[in-house]
Ligand binder design. Structure first.
Ligand SMILES: Cc1ncc(C[n+]2csc(CCOP(=O)(O)OP(=O)(O)O)c2C)c(N)n1
Ligand SMILES: [Mg+2]
Length: 614
């Protein structure tokens, strides 16, 4: 007879989660590092009781906002290169829908995240319960249906035994390199507490290691033929290189075949910044070196990238009309984009097999040499933008330079939205893989501070520098208190340009007047003078405002020596950004307007479309 254990659905879920393991650096570790939880009636009695029982093997962590908790979990998975993950549980209604934005962050970025929102009673006797959405025509709808389009797997557990197949499917998705993304298991409140005789095998230890798909022979042969015929080949390294731990293979591949490499936001730090063939950032926020190579390339080997518009300059960057893309990606959906020759494979396995198949072949020496010359020229240009000066309001680039100058090899810089991602993509020089943590798939304001928590939890030995604008800071900062409470030290640099600087610049570039972005251009009775240092200090951080780049240097040094979270605030100029490098980005401009500036911008827009499409 099958042995069973009588547990509630919530107890069974927690026990099954605790049984999932992985191996990192030769050590067997829990796959789920913990569960972030904010309780309410939808989860406190069921899942809450179960988590209490397991608190020694599956830690429960409490923060202040469900979206922020999920950001922390996402950043943890990203910094762990998808080898480990966290879960997040909420009550029903507002707690649950607070997580929908974060689910989208994980969805776009292909990161594993287990969401466990409470749900209404499956038995429906007490309907409508507090916070229940009532659909007039469909009794099966709840607020959690919002998770469907932003989950890679969605299920609602309405009977305790459903957990068995649902959890199995959830684990497949969370650990599959191609399908990886958020999983939502909506847990009906009554069902969480219902007991069932679960088979003992459901709780057996399971060790997950990433699947490494090898290339199909024919696809490999076709990719090799394209590359061998290339006169001006270029690699574009995406986040998949890091998730696959393929940075060694990439470095060897580029060296062996003399192919320069450019990096997306997610791929940055895969190659050392001083690798002779690393041209740096590509695309809208790209370096002059990478974008020049992209303009002329005849074959682009796109490795582990979704080829979003920031990477491809809205499909105008690869300007050679005969340019062919080889899409090396574990997910066929991505491998075939842009009419690419697909090469469906794990990045590490795929690069190794490509290298072997191309043995003896090298890109024309002139192309390789030219790329290196423009790399050197770019580094000289970038140094001019990051150099300190004593102007009243420094640029973001100069603040990036200050943080860079005091950074060490193992440090991590983390960011997500505003003008900083562009500056950091162009200018930051990461010390080691994972040293550049940018959420630029969803570019979600508010990811930064909560994300810092997750990145630090993933690797406590690394110093984490969160760089954040005043806008993102104001959108979500409550996890500063969590970082102090948990003893998870961050150094947070707040760049206060008094508003949404990057959107104001975009607004002007599309011909519009400055309106509703910088605080001074908003409808107001009084301009707020926000004391960010006092605000952060009230949550327990060591906080100060600095008046100059020189003071910033000192403050950064001091922050390194503290074991508590520091917040350093500096005023910056909202109007300046690094104008060297970069590329056109398609943002639609009004066809008719009373403003001459808009008409002129529309003309430029039409011209750019014609250049791309004809
Ligand atoms: C949640 C969210 N809302 C809106 C946006 C659009 N957006 C991108 S950057 C930005 C302004 C960010 O302001 P701040 O953090 O001060 O950075 P700055 O642009 O000043 O460098 C806005 C509104 C976004 N990315 N995420
Ligand atoms: Mg700002």
């Amino acid at each position: 007879m099958m042995s069973t254990i009588r547990l509630t659905m919530a107890q069974a879920l927690v026990a099954a989660m605790a049984a999932q393991k992985t191996v990192v650096g030769g050590r067997t570790l829990p796959l789920f590092a913990g569960v972030w939880a904010i309780f309410g009636h939808g989860n406190v009695a069921g899942l809450g009781e179960a988590l209490y029982g397991a608190r020694d093997i599956l830690p429960t962590l409490r923060a202040h906002n469900e979206q922020a908790m999920a950001h922390a979990a996402i950043a943890f998975a990203k910094a762990s290169r998808r080898r480990r993950m966290m879960a997040v549980t909420s009550s029903i209604g507002p707690g649950a829908t607070n997580m929908v934005t974060a689910a989208a962050v994980a969805h776009v970025n292909r990161l594993p995240l287990l969401l466990l929102p409470g749900d209404v009673f499956a038995g429906r006797r007490p309907d409508p319960v507090l916070q229940q959405i009532e659909d007039f025509g469909d009794g099966t709808v709840s607020a959690n249906d919002c998770f469907r389009p932003v989950s890679r797997y969605f299920d609602r557990i309405t009977r305790p035994e459903q957990l068995i197949p649902a959890f199995e499917r959830a684990m497949q998705v969370l650990t599959d390199p191609s399908d990886c993304g958020p999983v939502t298991l909506a847990l009906c409140q009554d069902v969480q507490t219902e007991a069932y005789d679960y088979p003992e095998s459901f709780f057996a230890e399971r060790i997950w290691t990433p699947r490494r798909t090898r290339p199909d022979e024919q696809e490999l042969a076709q990719a090799v033929a394209l590359l061998k015929a290339a006169k001006r080949p270029l690699v574009v390294a995406g986040g998949g290189v890091l998730y696959s731990e393929a940075e060694g293979e990439l470095a060897r591949f580029c060296m062996a075949h003399g192919i320069p490499s450019a990096e997306t936001q997610a791929g940055k730090s895969a190659l050392p910044h001083d690798h002779p063939f690393n041209l740096g950032a590509i695309g809208v926020t790209g370096t002059g070196a990478a974008n020049d190579a992209a303009k002329n390339a005849d074959v682009v080997l796109a490795v582990g990238t979704r080829l979003q518009d920031f990477t491809t300059g809205s499909r105008a960057l690869f300007a050679d009309p005969d340019c062919r893309i080889v899409g090396l990606n574990t997910q066929a959906f991505d491998a075939g984009k842009h009419g690419a020759q697909p090469l469906v494979a794990d990045a590490k396995a795929g690069l190794a097999e490509l290298e072997a198949a191309l043995a003896g072949w090298k890109a024309p020496a002139g192309w390789t040499a030219q790329a290196q010359t423009s790399r050197d020229a770019w580094l000289a240009t970038a140094a001019r933008y990051t150099a300190a000066s004593n102007q009243a309001l420094p640029s973001d680039a100069q603040v990036v330079g200050a943080v860079q100058r005091q950074s060490r090899v193992s440090d991590v810089v983390l960011c997500a939205a505003g003008g900083l991602p562009g500056e950091l993509h162009k200018l930051w020089q990461p010390g080691a893989p994972g040293g550049y943590h940018m959420e630029y798939g969803y570019s979600c304001m508010g990811y930064e501070i909560a994300g810092g928590l997750g990145a630090k939890l993933a690797d406590p030995a690394r110093e984490v520098f969160v760089m954040v604008g005043d806008g993102s800071y104001l959108m979500m900062n409550s996890e500063i208190a969590t970082s102090v409470m948990l003893g998870v030290k961050l150094t947070i640099v707040v760049l206060d340009n008094r508003g949404f600087g990057c959107i104001n610049r975009l607004q002007n570039a599309t011909g519009s007047a400055s309106f509703n972005n910088l605080l001074r251009d908003t409808r107001h009775e009084a301009l707020p003078e926000i004391d960010f240092a006092a605000h952060a200090g009230s949550m327990g951080a060591i906080a100060r405002k600095v008046a100059s780049l020189a003071e910033l240097d000192t403050a950064l040094d001091e922050a390194r020596s503290h074991d508590r979270t520091s917040v350093i605030v500096i005023d910056t100029d909202p109007l300046i950004s690094t104008d060297a490098g970069g590329h056109w980005w398609e943002v639609a401009v009004p066809e008719v307007s009373v403003r001459d500036e808009v008409k002129a911008a529309r003309k430029r827009y039409d011209g750019a479309l014609a250049a791309r499409d004809n």
